[in-house]
Design a protein around this ligand. Sequence first.
Ligand code: C2E
Ligand code: CA
Ligand code: CA
Length: 777
Amino acid sequence: MIVGVAASVLLADRWRASVLRSNKAAFHSTATDLGRTLSAKLDSNSALLRATRAIATIDPNAGETRLTAWYRQYSRGATGSPGAAAELIEPVPASRLAAFGRTVEGEPAFRALLTGPFKITPAGVRSRYCLARAIVGPAGIGSNLYPPLLDYCAPTLPGIGRSPFATLFNSAATTGTTIVTAIPGFALTAVGAAVYRLGTPLVTAPERRRALTGVVGVSFNSDTLIRSLLVGHDSLALTLYHRNVGGPLTLVGRADARAGGGAPSPSYSQRRDLGEGWLLATSGTADHAAWADGQGLIALLIGLLITLLLLLVYRVLSVSRRRAWGLVGEKTGELAYRALHDPLTDLPNRSLVLDRAGQVLARARLLGVTVTALFVDIDGFKQINDRFGHQAGDEILRQVGARLKTVLRDNDTVGRLGGDEFVMVIDSIGVNALPELVAERILDVLRQPFELPAPATAPAILTASIGIATGLPANAEALLLDADLALFKAKAIGKNGYALFESAMQTDAQHRMRLELDLADALEAKQFSLVYQPMLDLHSERVVGVEALLRWNHPSAGLVRPDVFIPIAEENGLIIPLGQWVLEQACAQGAAWRAKGHALNISVNASARQLERPEFVDEVGATLAQTGLDAKALTLEITETVLMRKPDATAQLLARLKTLGVRIAVDDFGTGYSSLAYLRQFPVDSLKIDRTFITGLTRSSEALALAHTLIQLGKALGLQTLAEGVEESEQVRELQREGCDLAQGFLFARPMAPDALEAFLDERRAPLVEVSAAAPG
Ligand code: C2E
Ligand code: CA
Ligand code: CA
């Protein structure tokens, strides 16, 4: 804002200054032009004066006839100032007045000028008269300026008052220079010069006075002259001055065309010496001067407007960002809850039960105790539904859930897996209760009658079957599977009772130990390989990347799934060299494919243990350098739960990884049921939406709503979204509708060995141009 305002002020000031500069330049150029024009006009007056004087000097007897004839010749084609007239005036002593009268009356041309008899104006007897002997000028002007027999040397003249001419003649005669005088009351200016007898010395003033035969005067209307210059310049005023030799500067004429309208603009002035004592002062502004203050103000307003717009844009952006984060916060709780709870009973659903069971298992393993899972299934629930209706069935399920909770401690888990199947997970920490006793209590509470809503008339009596698994299996899924098998057994032996599955601990532990031992040598024995699963752009349906997935080819057990051996490798630390091996293989393979023209992005899964080591960043950098894979072609996949484990340390590590240029994807996104706002602190590029959300996409509106929310969140945060585990084409259509960017799943391709993948790419004609797997938009 401050920068914007400052820049606007600076711009406005610069703009105003430049307008002022151009106004000033325009003024000076106009003023100079006017000066030249005026100078030319004054020169033509001087020329008329000099020519008339030359004739009068050469021909002392020249009169009106001769001068009129000459003037006609002279003015032919001349452009001289039209208002100028020249007069030849002769000093006539009283003694010679009669002779002068005879001479001029003898001249027909002069007589034509006289409208009456020979009569001197003003009348009176004086010792000397200054009378015109010839008047020439444009038709009519000659006699109009002054009456023909005006005595210029009379002390006062009609209409003029005190005669300025006597002084003018005297100065002209004495100095021998051109003398200019303003004629008061007439806006006239007279320029006079003395005519001397040819051949007489003219060095001193007395000599010049003695040689004087007459004075030539050229008169013109100075105001008209100046005003004529101002035609078309309505923002100027002109003042014409003249300085006679040795005299003061006197005002000759002035014209002001400024009307007071137009753009307010500072006034400029120029004084120009036009030669021969003339000085023209021009003041005002340029024609059509631009309004500098106005334009400056407009520039300022435009600058401020732009600043305001930028500010608005910034605000809108930041508000929409804030809103996105608000949405994240809002949706997180809802999402986490919906994702993890059964809507009917509000009990944890399968995912949450599995997660809790995993935590219980981990703790139990540390403490050396066992874990028990109980699968509870209501006997004959289908009949209840049929008899009392679904509403009653739902009510019973709610009540069963509530009763099961009363059996357990607060931190034990009761969940509903769907239908009439409930599960409970407990550990033996601090309790001596045998699992069998728990089962008995469950059967007890469920035997109590269930009150049913109308139209049911009598309470319902239920029985249940329970499967129990106790031990320390490798993972939560195995625990639940064992309990499920036990339930199957309980039902088989006649319902309303329970059955135990006990062998899990032993077989599992043995199996696990075996794998653990073999795993230690597997890397050296080259039993690992990588398969690659394509990722497709949902818009172009092109393959844009592949995910590297690890396979262990066990000599006797065959292909062991990563879900089984990766947890072991994480536990015993083998994941570090194994993860490094995966990274090297995948990067080398990626570089090879890219060299062949397949513009693929390579995704590699990184485990928690790998990310705990600060050296990891350097190892990734070194691997990229060594394999020659472009950093931006590598994506590291990190599961949401791992991200959340040590958020601060992980955020730091990711920031360092980002400086290498690699991309980060959140794997199994949506299952961590952690605050989604955490995404803000991690520099991630894409979200891989977990398969569980995709599977139910076209079957349950709940799953669709969740997938929708997850994709929208990804979009709101400007992240790329990928759908995992796409198996059906309806899912693809739904994902395309939702605007999901990428997809991966058996529908397109299973994970494949490198050769098979190449064949697949060739078949699909993977693009030879780089299709960036960068964020959408
Ligand atoms: P993940 O990272 O979520 O990998 C995707 C898993 O989903 C793969 O299983 C893949 O085969 C499977 N899958 C892909 N499309 C579909 C589908 O349409 N339907 C179904 N049902 N499954 C699909 P996989 O290869 O068994 O890997 C399992 C997990 O093991 C991976 O889950 C990953 O967490 C881990 N893993 C695999 N390789 C590595 C590795 O090199 N390093 C680490 N740290 N973990 C790995
Ligand atoms: Ca993955
Ligand atoms: Ca995944």
